[in-house]
Ligand binder design. Structure first.
Ligand SMILES: *Cc1c(COP(=O)(O)O)cnc(C)c1O
Length: 393
């Protein structure tokens, strides 16, 4: 049998090792000059006025929610089709996630659907740029109305190098949050970043990211002497160590020039699957997607069988994602039923994510394509057979 094809392999450049060694040779391993430098790169990359590196998307989002003073009694609108973390952070600060179903063509939360879920308790909306295609944040801002004081927190975990109508994440929101988790397009194993153009929020997040302290470790020793700090609001521990931040500059510096290759790889899949009985999310004009993941959708009754067929052929795949309100925690806590979020549920029951990463070779991608084509033939056959059985009943 052929070598198995991994779901993901990182593509850290060789120069990374030297950057990590330089941190090891420095006195402190945690947040310091490397983080400052990367935060500067992020401000420049996104045209944002403030950036903070965090230990994960999740911890960054908690720091942002604390800075916005969102907690018990407050509602935060989230899409039903996303990774669980998007909703979990709302639960973790004691607020209530309000799920809305996604658009059946793009799987994104629409501005209208989000605006339709607003109540007098709504404090924020977390749109998710699922798989890399960006939601309409300018439209969402307009739909929410300027006077309502509802914050927009972009979940840009899939969208580091994405744009929509030429605009980048963070352009129309209060905060945009990125993830540098192990499988993301830019990665340091575990990590994340928050960007904002709001000076008031930046000041608060500076502190909610670090216990609520008024000064970080580097600031406490500024000017060659010890400087006292205070705590004025409750924070979490979400800063990123320099040791991990050192993995980022070379990746950030080259990510835009690497994007066309990733997009070409995704388009090779799209071309190969045209006409097959597998569904793909629709791409919108004006969107340049980071192609973070390549999802396909098969009839839900065939999904687990399809995964085992792919696995048997040495192809590692994942599911991104089962509908969040259909996980046991949310179902049991809120009594959700699948038919409340039918699009998200149906997508989540039939979704399979194929390998898509820079180090995937052309031969490996051909093997994946061939396997999906075979699968498609068998799916068509199995669907006919089950239809015949149902019809005979
Ligand atoms: C990966 C991911 C997160 C969580 O990121 P972490 O850095 O692991 O906390 C949140 N939202 C989405 C859409 C993700 O894919």
């Amino acid at each position: 049998m052929n070598e198995p094809i991994e779901f993901y392999r990182h593509a850290l450049p060789k120069s990374t090792a030297a950057a990590v060694e330089a941190v090891i040779a420095s006195p402190f391993l945690t947040s310091g000059s490397v983080c400052k430098r990367v935060e500067g790169m992020l401000c420049e990359f996104f045209g944002a006025s403030h950036a903070f590196l965090t230990s994960s998307w999740t911890n960054g989002a908690i720091a942002a929610l604390l800075a916005l003073d969102i907690g018990p009694g407050d509602e935060v609108i989230v899409p039903a089709q996303t990774f669980i973390a998007t909703a979990n952070v709302v639960e973790l600060v004691g607020a209530t996630p309000i799920f809305v179903d996604v658009d059946p063509h793009t799987l994104l939360m629409s501005a209208e659907a989000a605006a339709g879920a607003v109540t007098e308790r709504t404090r924020a909306v977390i749109p998710v740029h699922l798989y890399g295609q960006m939601c309409d944040i300018a439209g969402l801002r307009k739909a929410l109305g300027p006077s309502r004081g509802i914050a927009i927190i972009e979940d840009a975990a899939h969208a580091f190098e994405s744009s929509r109508d030429g605009e980048l994440p963070g352009s129309h929101s209060d905060v945009a949050i990125f993830s540098f988790y192990a499988t993301k397009n830019v990665t340091c194993g575990e990590g994340g970043a928050i960007i904002t153009n709001r000076a008031d929020l930046a000041q608060r997040m500076h502190s909610t990211r670090l216990h609520g302290m008024s000064k970080g470790a580097a600031d406490r020793f500024q000017g060659g002497r010890y400087n006292h700090w205070d705590m004025t609001l409750l924070g979490t521990k979400a800063n990123l160590p320099d040791l991990l931040a050192a993995l980022l500059p070379d990746q950030i510096g080259s990510i835009r020039e690497r994007l066309p290759e990733r997009q070409a790889m995704a388009n090779r899949y799209r071309d190969a699957f045209r006409g097959l009985p597998v569904r793909l999310p629709e791409l919108l004009p004006g969107c340049s997607t980071a192609e973070h993941l390549f999802p396909i959708h098969v009839p839900p009754a065939q999904r687990d069988w399809a995964i085992s067929k792919l696995n048997a052929g040495g192809i590692n795949v994942t599911v991104n994602y089962r509908s969040v309100p259909d996980t046991s925690y949310y179902r049991e806590k809120y009594g959700f039923r699948p038919e409340q979020f039918p699009v998200s549920y149906e997508w989540g029951e039939g979704e399979i994510t194929l390998p898509l990463y820079e180090r995937l070779t052309a031969d490996e991608q051909e093997r994946v394509i061939a396997a999906v084509r075979n699968l498609a033939d068998e799916i068509a056959f199995r669907e006919d057979k089950s239809a015949a059985i149902t019809g005979a009943r």
